[in-house]
Design a binder for this molecule. Structure first.
Ligand code: PXP
Length: 248
């Protein structure tokens, strides 16, 4: 695959949200993950939250067995999650902040203030071969701290950019996009691999996909929503098309 290739990670959390609304087995997030894989997803992302509000432990086991593309396991920096990750050894682990009361991952991780703790937390994950990524805001301090603790990858939080865009606050969205652009280049200059995600849609994906330093986008909620209207396979295909077009 060329150096310029931008990977698409499809997050299937919200298939599990719909399943859990009725407490049964349908719709199955693993079936959705396989479909996304066949549609061209380069990886599948799943967030095992402390409160198990969507993805469940058995889903992680099922994904590890069923997938042929890499699993990106999103988790909070807790002992419980570290044990689970060390047991499964997924291709990638993305460390995210987590608050019980939040609806989704609201901000980036505070790495700068928790440097020592996080350095110790990620070391065993790296030792077993997981690619460790840290989900952070486009903030130079956090990027430098992620670099110091030995993370190979950062994922930049695109939520504020997408929220401003959705609210029609286009000047604010442009300002956020500029910060994402500058910080992608800065992180890359430190030798970090740069990913991005959160809140991306067909309307917001292209400017981010065009950043040459960004190697992977993780997209979930919009794609699962769009699957209701056009089906998951065409929804993924359209995202892929827009990413490739932006990449030129
Ligand atoms: N990246 C990270 C680190 C996330 O926590 C999430 C949400 O789980 C996403 C990407 C995907 O965000 P969305 O579901 O809004 O596309």
């Amino acid at each position: 695959m060329s150096d310029n290739h931008l990977r698409l990670g499809v997050n299937i959390d919200h298939v599990a949200t719909i399943r859990n609304a009725r407490g049964g087995a349908y719709p199955d997030p693993i079936r959705a993950a396989k479909l996304a894989e066949e549609a061209g997803a380069n990886g599948i992302t799943a967030h095992l939250r402390e409160d198990r509000r969507h993805i469940l432990d058995a889903d992680i086991e099922g994904l590890m067995e069923a997938l042929t593309v890499p699993l990106n396991f999103e988790m909070a920096a807790t002992d419980e999650m570290q044990k689970i990750a060390l047991r499964h050894k997924p291709h990638a682990v993305c460390i995210v902040p987590e608050k019980r009361e939040e609806r989704t991952t609201e901000g980036g991780l505070e790495v700068a203030r928790e440097e020592n703790k996080l350095a110790h937390f990620i070391a065993p994950l790296r030792d077993v071969g997981c690619r460790v990524s840290i989900f952070i805001a486009a903030d130079q301090r956090q990027i430098e701290a992620a670099h110091r603790i030995g993370a190979g990858v950062i994922e930049l939080h695109t939520g504020a950019y997408c929220d401003f865009h959705a609210e029609g606050k286009l000047d604010d969205a442009a300002r956020e996009l500029e910060a994402l652009r500058e910080m992608s280049a800065y992180a890359h200059s430190l030798g970090l691999e740069v990913h991005a995600g959160h809140g991306l849609t067909y309307d917001t994906v292209q400017p981010v996909a065009a950043f040459p330093e960004v190697r992977e986008l993780n997209i979930g909620h919009f794609l699962i929503g769009e699957a209701i209207f056009r089906g998951l396979t065409p929804a993924v295909h359209e995202m892929r098309r827009l990413m490739d077009e932006a990449r030129g």
